[in-house]
Design a protein around this ligand. Sequence first.
Ligand SMILES: *Cc1c(COP(=O)(O)O)cnc(C)c1O
Length: 363
Amino acid sequence: MASLDDLPLRDDLRGKKAYGAPMVPVRYALNVNENTHPVPDSVRSAILESLGHALENINRYPDREFTELRESLATYASESHQGEAITPDMVWAANGSNEVLQHVLQAFGGPGRSLLGFPPTYSMHPIIAESTGTTWIRGRRNEDFTLSTESVVTDIETHRPDLVFFCAPNNPTGTPVSVDTIAAAYDATSGIVLVDEAYVEFLPEGTLTASQLLPGRERLVVSRTMSKAFAFAGARVGYLLADPAVIDAMRLVRLPYHLSALTQAAAVAALAHRATMLTMVADIRTQRDRLLAELPKLGYPVAYSEANFVLFGGVADPHATFESLLEHDILVRDVGIPHHLRVTAGTTEETSFFLETLAKLSA
Ligand SMILES: *Cc1c(COP(=O)(O)O)cnc(C)c1O
């Protein structure tokens, strides 16, 4: 077998590492921030019925404009914030928000252009930047992983990036980002400001989010996903909210018919049952708060989190602890921050088993 070095690979991809969360079949998979509760039976039946209808026309290409899905997403997004209604012409969707981010960078990034992010942050942001030839610039965070508006604005003025990416709340730290920081960043740049809100449903009730900032800000993009709170990671549906002009830009770079008829049908059915799909969110928040309270008692200081996971420090040897937990059928995430590991808030039972096992290992 040949190696990558034997191939005429693009120079800028040489030596790069692929996204690599380990995929190991375990009983307690608390490593990639999924909603660990299965989709309720009633919703599964509704999705199956919707898929059945889609199959009647599966010989034809799907609706390239995924009209019904955009309407469903617009309704859902409008319900979940207090700002002006989100209309379907402000919605774009793709196979996971990762593909949405790729579309954004295909349209607004690329060779000779740059993207400012604030590590430690979502590991796919620099990877998608690099794969589209966009230069990744590292902005600064405070010691406790928060962002200060002043340093964000200074970083923008220093580097003059074409795009600025926030992750709110931030993966892997859970740290929230205030809308004031986002608004100040928008004013400091003439480029695109993207806020990755993959975990928006886990924010405390009533928190302002970037979607409320959209009116009058045509360079602001808010990306979201059905992979986390919505318990739909396997279906691959992500979306963004932005000015209709941004949606037109997305049409320039997407492949025609990129969202399959089956994906569209499944997502529309799931969104019609959004109340049922989201019933477990309150419980997941409770489990996150339990992790925030209990981990420090075991000697592991935590980063304050408003997402469905907790980053904890004080781990002498993250790799060793990762392996010990794996021996107990628990998978967590070593995100490469020295002395830290990240754990997803699962069901009550999963969270209890994780905490009990970690307590035993630390005794
Ligand atoms: C999990 C995650 C996503 C989700 O990606 P999908 O492609 O929609 O599954 C996006 N952004 C962040 C920050 C995430 O943690």
